[in-house]
Design a protein. Structure first.
Length: 326
C-alpha cells in the first residue's frame, strides 16, 4: 500500500537510508530541505519542500497529507548543551504538534531516539532492555529521552507511536566514523574505551529495514535495534585490518587524556562555534565500557538482523574507496 511518508533528516546519513527503503517499498516520500541542506543522497522522485524544523510556524505545510512520519532529524553535537533540548526535544514536540494542527489522519509517528536515551549497561552480562529505567549519561541522551517522554504523554488517539533506539550506526555515507577507517587505513587503531569494552552496532540499511518492518507490522512502543552481535572496538579493529590488509597498531588512549581532549573540545566549540567530534559529552559516552542493547523484543516480532559486522564493514570500506573518502 503506497502512502505519503514524511522523512525528516533525509539529507543526513541514517535518514537517507530510510528514504531508500521507503521508495523501494513503493511509498511516496516527502522531505524537508533548507538552503544549507546537502541533497546529494536524495534520489529522484522524492518530493522536496523548503522547511526548517527550527521554525514551528512553517511546519504545517510540511506535514499536511502525510500518513506516516519518520522523524530522523536531530543533532548529536552542540556547542551548548541547551541546543540538544532545543533541537532534539523541542523540535520533536513542534513537529508532532504541527501534524495534529494540520488535520488529516496521521497513522504513524516513528521517532528515531538512541540507545543513549536508555544509557549504558552496568555490565557485559546485563544488556539494556526497553523496560529498564532509563539512565542517560549525556546531554544528547537526556534530550532524546525528553522527546520520548513528551511523545508518550501527548500521543494522540488513533496515531501509533513507534520509538526506535539505535546504538552506534555505521555504513555508506557516514562521516562520523570515517576518521576511524582512515586511521585504520594508515595502520593505526585508536582505542578510546576501557579494556573489556562491549558494544552493539547496526548497519544503516539494517536500521532502515527494521523501522519499515515494525511500521508495516503495526507495531508501536519502544524497540532497541542492533545487528545481534556483541562487539568490542578491538574486534572492529581486527575486522578492519583484515579488510584493509593492514596490520594495525593499537593505541589505547588514557582516560585522563580523553577528559582533557573533551574539555578542549568544549572550549573550542564556544570560541569557534564549530563542535569537534571529541567533547565532554562524547568522552562521557566513549569511556563507558558497556553500550549493549538487548534486541529480543525486536526479534520476537519476526525481524532478524540482516547485515553482520564483517559484511557491513566490507560494504562500508568499498563505498568509502569508491567515493574517494578512503
Amino acid at each position: 500500500m503506497s502512502r505519503l511518508v514524511l522523512v525528516t533528516g533525509a539529507t543526513g546519513f541514517a535518514g537517507s537510508h530510510v528514504v531508500d527503503a521507503l521508495l523501494a517499498a513503493g511509498h511516496r516520500v516527502r522531505v524537508p530541505v533548507r538552503a544549507s541542506s546537502d541533497p546529494r543522497w536524495l534520489p529522484d522522485g522524492v518530493e522536496r519542500m523548503r522547511a526548517d524544523l527550527r521554525d514551528p510556524d512553517g511546519l504545517r505545510p510540511l506535514v499536511r497529507g502525510a500518513s506516516w512520519i519518520f522523524h530522523f532529524a536531530g543533532i548529536t553535537r552542540a556547542a551548548r548543551r541547551e541546543e540538544f533540548h532545543r533541537v532534539n526535544a523541542a523540535g520533536t514536540r513542534d513537529l508532532y504538534r504541527a501534524a495534529g494542527e494540520a488535520g488529516g489522519d496521521l497513522e504513524l509517528f516513528v521517532f528515531c531516539s538512541s540507545l543513549a536515551a536508555s544509557g549504558p549497561s552496568p555490565s557485559a552480562e546485563a544488556p539494556r532492555r526497553e523496560a529498564d529505567p532509563p539512565a542517560p549519561v549525556t546531554a544528547y541522551g537526556r534530550s532524546k529521552l525528553e522527546a520520548e517522554d513528551w511523545l508518550r504523554e501527548n500521543r494522540k488517539a488513533g496515531t501509533r507511536l513507534l520509538v526506535v533506539r539505535p546504538p552506534a550506526v555505521y555504513g555508506p555515507r557516514d562521516t562520523a566514523v570515517l576518521a576511524l577507517f582512515r586511521w585504520a587505513a594508515a595502520g593505526f587503531l585508536p582505542l578510546p574505551a576501557p579494556r573489556g569494552n562491549r558494544l552493539t552496532l547496526i548497519h544503516a540499511r539494517d536500521l532502515a529495514a527494521a523501522c519499515l518492518f515494525l511500521a508495516d507490522g503495526g507495531r508501536e512502543g519502544v524497540f532497541h535495534v542492533g545487528d545481534g552481535g556483541l562487539h568490542s572496538w578491538e574486534k572492529v579493529g581486527e575486522s578492519l585490518g583484515r579488510l584493509l590488509k593492514r596490520r594495525l597498531r593499537a593505541i589505547r588512549i588514557p582516560g585522563a587524556l580523553m577528559r582533557v581532549l573533551g574539555i578542549y573540545g568544549d572550549l573550542a566549540a564556544v570560541v569557534t562555534g564549530r563542535v569537534p567530534v571529541i567533547n565532554r559529552d562524547k568522552v562521557a559516552d566513549l569511556r563507558r565500557p558497556y553500550w549493549i542493547a538487548c534486541i529480543d523484543k525486536l526479534t520476537a516480532t519476526g525481524y532478524l538482523p540482516q547485515i553482520g559486522l564483517e559484511e557491513g564493514l566490507q560494504e562500508t570500506v568499498s563505498w568509502y574507496r569508491a567515493e574517494g573518502w578512503l
